[in-house]
Design a binder for this molecule. Structure first.
Ligand code: GLY
Length: 256
């Protein structure tokens, strides 16, 4: 059984941080409808969904993934790289402490959960504008006692490591080769995004299901052809906020 912590869309989502895409108008009502569809997709994948109240003054707060890294043994609260996002941490921490012992990344380190890709006992962490070397080092130190390896990964032209590569299974990844080197994930079976679907590498793995945006049909077909079970959800308004499907939830086992 899985838990998924989520947060309702902020009415100020159209004032979100943007790094690699241009600002275009966001339809907040449609974003909320799409977010509800996303929650239903999580439920259909087997999650018990928990929804935190919206935060009117925190535009990016729907993207809860960035404020914590949740493992079976414990959770690490992050210190997001964008200062505007740091106030998002406290309310997620108040909830998470009921599920896991908590540790925290401390200043001057920064770390965004969107940069942290866990596959089995290894955490690959994007060396991004949001996650600095100190953040990666602190995460490594906190998790060493629990037997996890933490490896920095070079990346380019995108916000987070999980914009460029996500796990399909314990031995397969979906990868955008323009944003992260294939060789870095050479131990895995690699499926590349369709060349016409630049942003398609972000899929959310829950058990044997993959939740992915509706806007990448050719990459979806690659996953179906490879035998994966795919649940599609339209998240076009969240994509305008440089969000994707992993960012909108913190998924963790309820029975670790
Ligand atoms: N708008 C998503 C982020 O920049 O964190």
């Amino acid at each position: 059984m899985w838990n998924a912590i989520t947060r309702a869309v902020s009415p100020s989502l159209d004032r979100c941080e943007l790094s690699h895409i241009a600002r275009t108008g966001i339809d907040i009502a449609l974003a909320r409808t799409q977010h509800r569809d996303y929650l239903r997709a999580l439920e259909s994948a087997g999650c018990r969904v928990i929804v935190l109240a919206e935060e009117a003054e925190l535009p990016d707060s729907v993207f809860v993934e960035d404020v914590a890294v949740v493992l079976d043994e414990m959770a690490v609260l992050t210190r997001p790289g964008a200062p505007s996002r740091r106030p998002e941490v406290a309310s997620v921490a108040d909830l998470l402490r009921h599920y896991r012992p908590l540790e925290a990344i401390e200043a001057p380190a920064t770390l965004d959960g969107g940069d942290v890709l866990r596959i089995d006992r290894t955490l690959y962490v994007g060396q991004s504008a949001r996650s600095n070397p100190d953040g990666i080092a602190q995460l490594r130190k906190l998790l060493a006692a629990h037997g996890y390896a933490v490896q920095g990964v070079a990346m380019r032209h995108c916000l987070h490591l999980k914009s460029a590569v996500t796990a399909l299974s314990d031995d397969s990844v979906l990868l955008q080769p323009a944003w992260v080197d294939r060789e870095r994930f050479g131990d895995f079976r690699i499926i590349e995004v369709d060349p016409g679907e630049e942003h398609a590498a972000n899929v959310l793995r829950i058990g044997d299901a993959l939740v992915m945006p509706a806007s990448f049909p050719r990459t979806r077909q690659r996953l179906l052809d490879a035998g994966f079970k795919v649940i599609v959800v339209d998240v076009s308004e969240l994509q305008k906020a440089e969000g994707a499907v992993t960012c909108c939830s913190l998924v963790f086992r309820s029975d670790p």
